[in-house]
Design a protein around this ligand. Structure first.
Ligand SMILES: Cc1cc2nc3c(=O)[nH]c(=O)nc-3n(C[C@H](O)[C@H](O)[C@H](O)COP(=O)(O)OP(=O)(O)OC[C@H]3O[C@@H](n4cnc5c(N)ncnc54)[C@H](O)[C@@H]3O)c2cc1C
Length: 388
């Protein structure tokens, strides 16, 4: 039987699109290769799903065309998703910076999407492998369940991050098959790894967290940095990883909002050691290693003014050059994706192939950490759902 719409991928964007199309009376089939829907939703936000951000706006997204996301985001806002969450009686709270999390479990978000699918009479096939896609007239899909046909095909297969949860490159392959271009894809919101020297100095600090201002390539984020066994993570680093590629320097302000020079000058006449003074503001173990590497610790009254100025400057601008990233295995998202120049920002439909749509993370739109990526998934899925 031919359907109006087939959606490949039963994640955030695919389910939202299916629900909206189903509500319009379209016959919709979702093909999901995993054994369950929404696996990323389930593990997201530490199991509580940071499902949106009340402050989401186009400025929170990266894309070769920063205007592309505007239309969809304007037509399905955080308030719209919050209304859906509230209709289903899901309790939530704001953690910080507009980030909304479920009070209990992210399963509630998957459950609400599933209930909405049932109400909208969306058909779902789990454990279904898509083997081939053709479009002689309508779309024909050869799958492990047999052949399916549809007038519209929505590709909602997400990015490459977290392959252990079932991420595949099928969406990119379908895009390439139909003549679409991929804007450079790479891991995003990803921990960074140290080069040899930093590893030797800081590799033992795993678990230590510091509030920093991380800057690079014109972006800056004041949040926590976390030392790992192999490098740096934590929100500040995940955020800046979206902006700084391989070889780019990242500048860390270790005392954001304070003047290191004033802090040091205030105790200038004492014989207190530099590392003890800094340990009043930063974790002691970190200070110890940092001083060993950059500013061998002496009593403060034994530094020249010039030396103290240099140390203060370094505390505000500690430049690191990561050796690389932890890759897709630990990246929350995939940067880049289907070139937005070949899609309609209103409908998410391909400008090359009538009836072919791309939604969610597979598209070259990537959000900051903090609920922005789900908001893009809901909004782009919703946009396509009105037209498929
Ligand atoms: C650990 C982790 C935590 C995260 N936490 C948050 C958070 O709290 N807030 C936030 O906003 N974002 C978070 N994200 C990002 C967010 O999960 C994604 O941006 C979002 O899920 C993208 O939605 P999507 O529908 O495009 O893709 P997905 O949700 O990844 O859905 C894609 C679906 O397609 C299926 N699929 C893939 N290949 C095939 C195939 N070949 N055949 C059939 N089906 C296929 C997948 O199994 C999956 O169900 C997190 C990501 C990770 C990895």
């Amino acid at each position: 039987m031919k359907r109006d719409v087939i959606v490949i991928g039963g994640g955030a964007a695919g389910l939202m699109c299916a629900i909206e199309a189903g509500k319009r009376g379209r016959s919709v089939l979702v093909l999901e290769h995993a054994e369950r829907l929404g696996k990323k939703i389930l593990i997201s936000g530490g199991g509580r799903c940071n499902f949106t951000n009340v402050n989401a706006s186009p400025e929170n997204y990266l894309s070769a065309n920063p205007h592309f996301c505007k239309s969809a985001l304007a037509r399905f806002t955080p308030a719209d998703f919050i209304a859906l969450v509230e209709r289903h009686g899901v309790h939530y709270h704001e953690k910080k910076l507009g980030q909304l999390f479920c009070d209990t479990t992210s399963r509630q978000i998957v459950d609400l999407l599933q209930e909405e699918c049932e109400t909208a009479r969306v058909e779902i096939r789990l454990n279904c492998q898509v083997r081939e896609v053709r479009k002689p007239a309508c779309f024909e899909l050869e799958t492990s369940d047999g052949r399916y046909e549809s007038d519209s095909l929505v590709v909602a297969t997400g990015g490459l991050s977290f392959p252990k949860l079932g991420a595949t490159d099928l969406g990119y392959r379908i895009a390439a098959q139909f003549g679409h271009t991929l804007a450079g894809i790479r891991p995003g919101l990803v921990p960074l790894t140290f080069g040899a020297e930093d590893q030797a100095a800081f590799g033992e600090l795993s678990g230590i967290s510091i509030e920093v201002n991380a800057c690079g390539n014109g972006a800056n984020f004041q949040e926590n940095l976390l030392f790992t066994h192999r490098g740096l993570s934590g929100p500040a680093i995940l955020q800046i990883s979206n902006y700084c590629g391989e070889g780019d320097a990242i500048s860390l302000d270790l005392l954001p909002g304070r003047s290191a020079l004033e802090l040091l000058a205030a105790q200038r006449q004492t014989n207190r050691e530099l590392k003890n003074v800094l340990a009043q503001f930063l974790p002691q173990r970190f200070v110890q290693e940092w001083c060993l590497r950059f500013a061998p610790s002496r009593p403060l009254n034994r530094y020249s003014t010039q030396e103290l100025e240099g140390i203060a400057q370094l505390l505000h601008r500690w430049e690191i050059r990561p050796a690389g990233t932890e890759g897709y295995a630990k990246a929350e998202v995939t940067l880049g994706g289907i070139d937005t120049g070949e899609l309609s920002s209103k409908t998410m439909e391909s400008r090359r192939v009538l009836g072919l749509y791309f939604v969610g993370e597979v598209v070259d739109v990537t959000g900051w950490l903090g609920g922005f990526n789900f908001q893009w998934a809901w909004a782009s899925g919703h946009a396509a759902g009105q037209f498929v």
